[in-house]
Structure formats: C-alpha cells, structure tokens
Design a protein around this ligand. Sequence first.
Ligand SMILES: [Fe+2]
Length: 162
Amino acid sequence: MPEKNLRELFHETLKDIYFAEKKILTALPKMAKAAQAGELKAAFDQHEEETQEHVTRLEQVFAEIDQTPRGKTCDAILGIIEEGQEVMKEFKGKPALDAGLLAAAQAVEHYEIARYGALRSWAELLQLDDAEELLEQTLDEEKETDLLLTQLAEERVNIKSA
Ligand SMILES: [Fe+2]
C-alpha cells in the first residue's frame, strides 16, 4: 500500500476513534449511575478518567500528523452505546442489570481495542514513533479495563444476577 493511502486511512480512523471516545465519555457517567454493584460503579468512574486521558492522547496524535482534532460519526459506537441504553431501560431495577451493563461495556472495549490495535500498527509502519507510543499506552489501558470487567463479571456480578 503506498504510504499516502495508509496515511489517509490512519487519519480517517483517528477521526473515527476520536468521535467514539467522546461518545464514550458521555455514556460512562450514565452507566456508573445505573450500575448496582459498588465495584462496577467504581470501574466505570475510573474508566471515565482514563477516557479523558485517551481523548488528550488522540489530540497529541492529531498534532503529530499536523491535523486539527476532528471526529467523524462512528455508527458502530453509536449502535453499541444504544444497545447499552436499551439494557439500562429494559433491566432497570432487575438483578441482571449489572451483567447487562458489563457486557455492554465490554462491547465498547472490544471495539476500541480493535481500532487502537490497527492504529498502533499503522503508526509503526508510518514511522510515527510518538503516535505509536501514545496509541500503545491507550491500547494497554483498554485491555486492562477489559480484563477488569471480565473479572468483575466472573467473580461477582454474574453470580448475583443468576
Ligand atoms: Fe478509551
């Protein structure tokens, strides 16, 4: 693939995940508020702080390719967040609510992991060293969050929902 094309793809995908992170920032407080288990609330609160940092890092990546930070509508994340909101409505006050919230949050994380994984590889190919490092940091945090959510699901929340 000629470098120019990969650079464009990198920029387009950066806009996609920038839009997604900002949407996630608005969704997380609602999920924290809806969560029943204290640990799950805490996990959502912590990830909200991390997500703010992810947005800042993306702005630094835009700077490295001399672009103004700008989002592009990401239908995938809108759909995933919408499904989470449906779970909140349908399972409000029910024992399975937290299990549903956890699953919704993991769908978000998996989307982000896919995007950051691709962006990190492309940054490497494009020899954007600072961008590669920033994207790797965020990728690691998304993976850690995913692991934490899995632990919560297996240890507590699913047991209570059963
Ligand atoms: Fe993120």
